[in-house]
Design a protein around this ligand. Structure first.
Ligand SMILES: [Zn+2]
Length: 280
């Protein structure tokens, strides 16, 4: 699943391609794609009405919040979560692919398509800003690369939780945008075991985790994301972060720092890998 750096890479690439473009036709090939702000699939009437509403609207802004992509069409918003295999493309070769579920045709003859093999991605329609407040996007914690993600914030939250640190890092309501890859990398950087309860971490460890979150996510963005399984950006290009990964997914391999064999276990419901010697 794309995490913050992958979604950020996609949004940066898409902005130049779609901002200021006017939608003249919305070709919906998968009836169940559009949902309302609470996540309920739109019925045919609401779906037709929504498509009619966005006709002739311009895409005025496109931005990321956590792992969500927010399309602003003048006064209307569409909130997209790519989940496992959702992707945007302007590639003509993908236009007639059976997994292409939506095509926005623009006034200038160009298009943006949405393709999703597993169909887990979601498009939530928000006709006003109050609608956005009803979506799970509005409940997200601070952006880890924004000014609200301070050491003070992280310390206060961790001192107050018995949850293990891996679960905490994955909780979108506490920090927006981190998933399994970057959580494992952050904990290796901070030399902290994923199983440690938040309220038992030292100030020094919390500081390292804070630094690790910022550093690893920045590295991920700089590398254009991690191409594990099938992630590619909006131009069909792979990222490079997979080559910089130190621990995630390296089951049975040896730690680069100390030669100890990594442990792989389910922590917080996710496959987690860590070094039992470096990470305490
Ligand atoms: Zn080690």
């Amino acid at each position: 699943m794309p995490e913050l750096p992958e979604v950020e890479t996609i949004v940066r690439g898409l902005r130049d391609r779609v901002i200021d473009k006017k939608i003249i036709n919305t070709e919906l090939r998968y009836d169940k794609l559009f949902r309302d702000c609470s996540g309920k699939i739109l019925d045919q009437e609401s779906r037709d009405k929504f498509i009619k509403t966005i006709e002739n609207k311009r895409i005025t802004d496109l931005r990321r919040r956590g792992k969500y992509i927010l399309f602003q069409l003048e006064d209307i918003n569409i909130i997209v979560h790519l989940r496992m295999t959702g992707k945007f493309s302007s590639d003509e070769d993908v236009l007639n692919d059976k997994h292409t579920h939506l095509v926005f045709w623009f006034e200038d003859g160009t298009f943006l398509l949405y393709n999703d093999i597993r169909k887990f991605g979601t498009f939530q329609t928000a006709l006003c800003s109050e609608d956005i407040l009803k979506t799970s996007m509005s409940k997200l914690g601070p952006e880890p690369l924004g000014e609200d993600f301070t050491l003070e914030y992280l310390t206060a939250e961790l001192k107050n939780t018995k949850k293990n640190i891996k679960a905490f890092l994955l909780t979108q309501e506490k920090i927006a945008g981190i998933g399994n890859i970057y959580a494992d990398e952050v904990l290796f950087f901070a030399k902290v075991s994923p199983k440690r309860p938040g309220n038992q971490l030292s100030d020094k460890e919390i500081k390292s985790i804070h630094q690790g979150v910022i550093e690893k996510l920045r590295m991920g963005i700089e590398a254009g994301g991690a191409s594990i399984r099938n992630y590619v950006n909006e131009s069909g290009e792979k990222g490079n972060f997979q080559n910089l990964i130190k621990v995630y997914g390296k089951k049975g391999e040896k730690c680069q720092e100390c030669e100890t064999t990594f442990i792989t276990e389910t922590v917080a419901g996710r496959t987690s890998t860590w070094c039992p010697n470096c990470q305490k």
